[in-house]
Design a protein around this ligand. Sequence first.
Ligand code: NAD
Ligand code: MG
Length: 355
Amino acid sequence: MEKVHVNLNYSKYFSYDILIDHNFVDNELRGIANYNRAHLVVDKNVCELYNSFFVGDIFILNSSEHNKNLNTVYEILNFMKNRKALRNDTLFAVGGGIVGDVAGFAASIYMRGINFIQVPTTLLSMVDSSVGGKTGVNLGDVKNLVGSFYQPKKVLIDTLFLTTLPEDEFKSGLAEVIKYALLFDKDLYEFLISNKTDVVKRREDVIIKIIKRCCELKAKVVEEDETEQGIRKLLNLGHTFGHAIEVDSDHEIKHGIAVAKGIYLEALFAYEKGMIGKNVLDDIEKIFEIYDYDLNYQVRDFTLFINAIGSDKKAMSSGIVLALTSDVGSGIIKSGIDLDSIKKFFEGARWMRPQ
Ligand code: NAD
Ligand code: MG
């Protein structure tokens, strides 16, 4: 079993372990499901695929961005109330980023906060969303507008779940892996380039190595800047344009796929503005090309799209903030970017990848 510790300096109580292994969570879940001091929110597909893991009364969530809202939070809170959940009880989130974000937010406000354990079942949630304590829901067409910082007590990562994950979901998660490599780890970038076959085959040891590395990188960022005042902003690489793509496509484009397009388009924008060099743009294109990502995006509703960039919660009154790759393995933050310059960039056919 691999272990990554997230050490939150202000309190040992809030620090936690991430455990990573293949085929171990089954016992844990079966063990707790009958126990009335634990409550489970489980992704619908995961519940069907791993039916024997779950016994008793659980909350089943049909994961979609359209259900990632306050109404679902309300239903989970009622589920807890009906089960007479108490302050010392634990809420388990078993599923992808949607289950984790929604259940995490519910756990953070039920009785002003109860114990919370993440059991991520998608690659994206294993390498990103289950670690770091961001929880939340969408409000109308604005992504993650309502939420809290609320750290889990533990994260249990069982790579067995990846054996049933559809190809497009795996690719979505892999985009966040590429994000970490571009921002923090040139070795991981090289590793991904040289080991494509094993990565896409999901070879167990290769996948565990990648997940562990991403968790270490994320843990380090969160330890330094839990509430995103500084370095954590880097993790938004690709997310400013990416969120607009998610919203404009009415969530037909998955989070990680939108992030991949966002990373590329933000880099193209930054290159055109002289903020980054051509070599960086080329390195970004290269890795996404190797993994067969389509980097183009055809904006559907231009006004909605630009407004989504402008209303991004990472934006400040002084302008848009973009996280960028300055060189493979290092990131920079650029703030005060004028929305008009972004608008001009997307006007015409500029969002199509130059051939
Ligand atoms: P998701 O939760 O929608 O899951 C994707 C799909 O995979 C769903 O249809 C689900 O039913 C299915 N699924 C899950 N596990 C499976 C398995 N083991 N086998 C087969 N099918 C399985 O999507 P996601 O990509 O995991 O998460 C995306 C969400 O995460 C977005 O809402 C995004 O905003 C959020 N996010 C949050 C953070 C954070 O720090 N909190 C970070 C990144 C992303
Ligand atoms: Mg993300």
